[in-house]
Design a protein around this ligand. Structure first.
Ligand SMILES: Nc1nc2c(c(=O)[nH]1)N[C@H]1C(S)=C(S)[C@@H](COP(=O)(O)OP(=O)(O)OC[C@H]3O[C@@H](n4cnc5c(N)ncnc54)[C@H](O)[C@@H]3O)O[C@H]1N2
Ligand code: MOO
Length: 401
């Protein structure tokens, strides 16, 4: 029987996933959260015609003939406007951000003047509107400037604050419980016995979860024993997603599926036509989704990018799933592919015209963490793709960010 394709597996993984509940958080806590509702401006910005410079508010007609000597009748500062009306032949000392006084239609910068407190000599002409930020130039009250699904990075956060929102509606973060498995697997920093290895995969998976708006909870390391797997998995029962690492393949010690099936797991698939990552499994345990990642760390992280990150995006209602897959140019010949979609770890260089040139790393074994960390993208080769020569265009998944 043909293996399930990545696209079909992804469709099963995403089936029925909807954005999570809405939470209200303060601006200070909103960084990198995903906006759950459209956000409109509660005010007009700037709220008045404002000076963009330190100088003098004048009438452009008064400075058409130079030099022009004007009477200084007052001061306008940010936060403290000039309350009178400026008459012909007069000027008001003004500072950046201050409301432009009634009667003035331009601002002369300080550097273009000479003068005293009572009198100013203007040495350069200023056309009407110069150095004035008109009311509403940035945005107007009622304008929807941030859409739901926006990730609140620095600029959107700044805009939300400018629109005078102190509290923002955001999606609850998806909770992802991560369970490593394997008798040989020990926490980093352990004194390792013979035949033991360090548990690394979960740290990469947790970092990817956090980077994509989820909250990772480490459940520890289960032994290769159904009781141990079920008990530790049970401690993560409240999470939206349970991710297991290892024990997903066909050996007698690959017990994740059978141990969780005894707890009620309904498996939807246990193998996908991808390399690395073939023994990835997915199912439902009550309302919890279970993603069983292969133990090889590269396979685990790759399956995280291919399946877990889209799950998180669906649960957060994040924009951009229709974005085109980026392309690059091969820097070396690529042999024909077999029946599994191949994700080749690759490094990039850029030509002067901006073209990205990608070269697969010499070894593609799914245990090679050092090579993965060296790679900056994955070349995606579809099943049964013919050999591709150097210079051919290929689809890539960038790994940065
Ligand atoms: N007869 C077959 N054998 C294997 C197949 C197959 O189709 N038929 N598939 C291979 C593929 S592909 C992969 S990938 C692995 C995945 O197997 P498991 O998910 O059962 O993973 P384990 O056997 O538990 O571990 C594989 C490897 O990874 C190490 N490991 C496990 N957990 C961690 C961790 N948290 N951090 C770092 N490294 C970890 C483990 O020690 C093993 O070396 O199966 C192939 N076999
Ligand atoms: O998932 Mo396995 O990665 O092909 O070694």
């Amino acid at each position: 029987m043909a293996l399930l394709s990545v696209d079909d597996a992804l469709a099963l993984v995403l089936k029925g996933l909807a954005p999570l509940d809405v939470e209200q958080v303060s601006l200070a806590d909103a960084q990198d959260r995903v906006l759950a509702e459209d956000l409109a401006a509660t005010l007009t910005q700037p709220p008045f015609d404002a000076s963009a410079m330190d100088g003098y508010a004048v009438r452009s007609a008064d400075v058409a003939a130079l030099p022009a000597t004007l009477e200084v009748v007052g001061e306008a500062a940010a936060g403290a406007r000039f309350t009178g009306t400026m008459k012909p032949g007069q000027a008001v000392r003004i500072f950046t951000g201050a409301p432009v006084p009634d009667g003035a239609d331009t601002v002369v910068t300080q550097e273009d003047t000479e003068g005293s407190a009572a009198r100013v000599v203007v040495k350069a002409a200023a056309s009407a509107g110069k150095h004035i930020r008109p009311r509403g130039q940035d945005f107007k009250q009622g304008e929807v400037l941030l859409r739901q699904g926006t990730t609140l990075g620095p600029a959107p956060l700044m805009l939300a604050a400018s629109m005078n929102h102190a509290v923002l509606p955001v999606r609850r973060r998806p909770q992802v419980a991560i369970l490593a498995t394997g008798d040989e697997v020990m926490p980093p920093g352990s004194g390792l016995g013979q035949d033991q290895i360090v548990s690394s995969a979960g740290y990469g998976v947790a970092a990817a979860v956090a980077a994509h708006g989820g909250e990772a909870v480490a459940l520890g390391i289960a032994r290769d024993d159904p009781e141990s797997i079920a008990t530790l998995a049970g401690t993560g029962a409240g999470a939206d997603i349970l991710v297991t690492i290892g024990g997903a393949s066909v050996g007698e010690r690959d017990l994740v599926a059978s141990a969780l099936e005894r707890e009620g797991l309904v498996l939807e698939f246990a193998k996908v036509a991808m390399r690395p990552g073939k023994p990835v499994l997915f199912g439902r345990l009550g309302t919890q989704r279970v993603l069983g990642l292969p133990g090889n760390p590269v396979s685990a992280l790759l399956c995280t990018y291919v399946f877990l990150v889209p799950m998180l995006r669906a649960m957060l209602g994040v924009h951009g799933d229709g974005d085109p897959v980026p392309e690059a140019v091969l820097g070396a010949d690529l042999p024909a592919n077999g029946e599994r979609q191949h994700y080749l770890r690759a490094t990039s260089t850029w030509r002067e015209d901006g073209t990205r040139v990608v070269r697969p790393l010499p070894s593609q074994d799914s245990s090679l963490v050092a090579a993965l960390a060296q790679a900056d993208c994955l070349i995606v080769q579809v099943p049964h793709a013919p050999a591709a020569p150097q210079g051919a265009r290929v689809k890539i998944l960038p790994l940065s960010g």
